[in-house]
Design a binder for this molecule. Structure first.
Ligand SMILES: NC(=O)c1ccc[n+]([C@@H]2O[C@H](COP(=O)([O-])OP(=O)(O)OC[C@H]3O[C@@H](n4cnc5c(N)ncnc54)[C@H](OP(=O)(O)O)[C@@H]3O)[C@@H](O)[C@H]2O)c1
Length: 289
């Protein structure tokens, strides 16, 4: 695509952002559909967030992805929040239209879509979610709508309990919190349908770690590890070896990006093109396979 006087800009803002896969993923999609848009990455420190957002508006930027450490703080600088972002309390996507900034959160829907696209049913299930950080909060909001039973286990049990208290205000499903311990995992995984790892345990360079002992995994479980470096974590390898279905963190990354793409362009996202571009870039960056 030739950059012209009519080219509009989308960008990711965060600190750090140099290794983000979003620029290659979105530029591949814009190019594939012949859209007159480019996507760039801007390093924005916490101190500069407000001026960066004002600048984006003045420059007619079409859309933003927002990553750490701004996912919560950006809310103070937006005109509107969609229902999901408001409930989660964090924003990863901003649409700038007619001078108004609207915040969305596509992380949780990205995770649930990754499961669905891999043929995994999420309704009327028992989901065990590990973690209570930013990603877990977004995934929990959607999982609570889908599952009959949601169990959130975290190293710091208090953080899981806070998340559960918040979810219970909105959802009827059975939701409970617990410690990320072998005993609790043993009890909760026995009859679980889906296990989602949203902790950073197993992420590069700690590729030999897993949050779950292998002997607690079983073939009736679907395991999604949202970590995408390495592409296949120890947890995912263990799950495969016991015959469990495995969904990769790369799929979540691609689907959260696909939802952002649709918000900015109103076009159906070319998901395969986005996934191929992200995978190529990850391999270039020396991701651990
Ligand atoms: N696939 C995707 O699209 C996608 C998107 C976003 C993030 N991610 C990945 O998801 C992971 C979590 O990201 P995040 O943004 O949610 O991070 P975060 O907000 O910092 O949360 C980290 C979570 O991991 C837990 N944790 C950290 N170290 C641990 C340890 N040694 N043992 C047990 N639990 C531990 C924390 O528990 P405490 O509460 O006890 O600290 C917390 O629940 C990262 O690996 C990130 O790369 C993937």
């Amino acid at each position: 695509m030739e950059v012209s006087g009519k080219t509009r800009v989308c960008a990711i803002i965060g600190d750090p952002v140099e290794h983000s896969l979003s620029p290659v993923m979105h530029n591949a999609a814009f190019g594939f559909l012949g859209l007159n848009l480019v996507y760039v990455a801007f390093t924005v420190t916490a101190k500069e967030l407000q001026t960066a957002v004002l600048g984006a508006k003045s420059l007619g930027i079409r859309g933003l992805n927002v990553t750490m450490p701004h996912k919560n703080a950006i809310i103070n600088h937006l005109d509107k929040l969609d229902k999901t972002a408001e409930a989660i309390g964090a924003v990863n996507t901003v649409l700038i239209e007619d001078g108004k900034l609207t915040g969305y959160n596509t992380d949780g829907v990205g995770a649930i879509t990754a499961l669905h696209e891999n043929g995994v049913k999420t309704e009327e299930t028992k989901i065990v979610l590990l973690g209570a950080g930013g990603s877990a909060q977004a995934i929990a909001y959607h999982a609570a709508q889908e599952a009959d039973e949601l169990v959130i286990l975290n190293r710091t049990t208090k953080n899981a309990q806070l998340l559960v208290d918040e979810l219970r205000k909105s959802f009827d499903s059975k939701i409970k919190a617990g410690a990320l311990s072998v005993d609790v995992l043993k009890k909760e995984l026995k009859d679980a349908d889906i296990l989602v790892n949203a902790t950073s345990v197993g992420m590069h360079p700690n590729v030999d770690q897993s949050p779950v002992p292998k002997d607690l995994l079983h073939p009736d479980l679907c395991v999604m590890d949202i970590i995408y470096n390495p592409l296949e974590t120890k947890l995912a390898k263990d799950a495969k070896s016991v015959g469990a279905k495995v969904v990769s963190g790369l799929d979540m990354l691609v689907y959260q990006g696909a939802v952002s793409f649709e918000i900015w362009t109103n076009c159906p996202p070319p998901v395969d093109v986005m996934k191929k571009a992200a995978l190529t870039k990850l391999k270039e960056q020396g991701v651990h396979v």
